[in-house]
Ligand binder design. Structure first.
Ligand code: ZN
Length: 225
């Protein structure tokens, strides 16, 4: 890899994508952060994404606006569907229909414009909420599609989808990020965070995050409301 290889890095404002950005930086990529103001319940996420990109350093940070609330179908984009306060069975209502497919597709378009060879996404298949678009087989399938779908792919410039956290536990992700200097106090994981980014403490995402810090044996910098 040359020092100037470019990567598009999806940055949600949460803990996982902050770690994914730090890993991409550590591997020497020129990182282009991509976030979405998609009509999510927690407006604090985009502010957190900006802080994380600024703190870790990116060549540029793009925030794309799209209103997935017009489709609805998720507790994160439809405020009439409450966020569950206890673990549920099956795929939870916080699943946003086709979200990672939509996000990766837009990342793919931008990667092609930039001439980026890699897209980083902070999905994780260990301590997660059972979302189908966080599984390794989804990432592999998207990568195959991306190389069929683009001018760059057809002309022989292979595009890789990197999911560096896919096999890590939440505690391993946190330890890796701390080694790389991630300030997790800047990140917001809560599905129900208030406008200042303070977490609810009871949603699934808060629970997974809190258990992750406890298992990592490190201080939890989360601000609770
Ligand atoms: Zn929460």
């Amino acid at each position: 890899m040359t020092a100037s290889a470019k990567a598009v890095v999806l940055v949600s404002g949460g803990l996982d994508s902050a770690t994914s950005l730090a890993i991409a930086n550590s591997r020497g990529f020129e990182c282009h952060g991509l976030s979405f103001d998609y009509g999510q319940r927690s407006v604090a996420e985009v502010a957190a994404a900006r802080r994380i990109c600024e703190s870790l350093g990116v060549a540029e940070h793009l925030v794309l606006k799209l209103d997935l609330g017009q489709i609805g179908g998720s507790a994160l984009t439809d405020t009439s569907i409450p966020v569950p306060e206890a673990p549920t069975t099956g795929i939870p209502v916080t699943y946003v229909p086709a979200r990672n497919t939509v996000f990766l597709s837009l990342a793919l378009g931008w990667a092609e414009v930039l001439g980026a060879s890699h897209i980083f996404i902070g999905v994780n298949a260990v301590d997660y909420s059972g979302y189908p678009d966080c599984r390794p087989e989804f990432i592999k399938a998207f990568e195959a599609m991306a190389n069929l779908a683009t001018k760059a792919g057809v002309e022989g410039q292979v595009l890789a989808i990197e999911a560096p956290l896919i096999d890590l536990t939440k505690a391993e992700i946190i330890r890796r990020g701390l080694e790389l200097g991630v300030d997790y106090g800047l990140s917001v994981s809560c599905y129900n965070a208030d406008a200042e980014g303070r977490a609810c403490g009871v949603c699934d995402s808060c629970r997974i995050r809190r258990e992750g810090f406890a298992a990592a044996g490190t201080d939890d910098p989360t601000r609770y409301s």
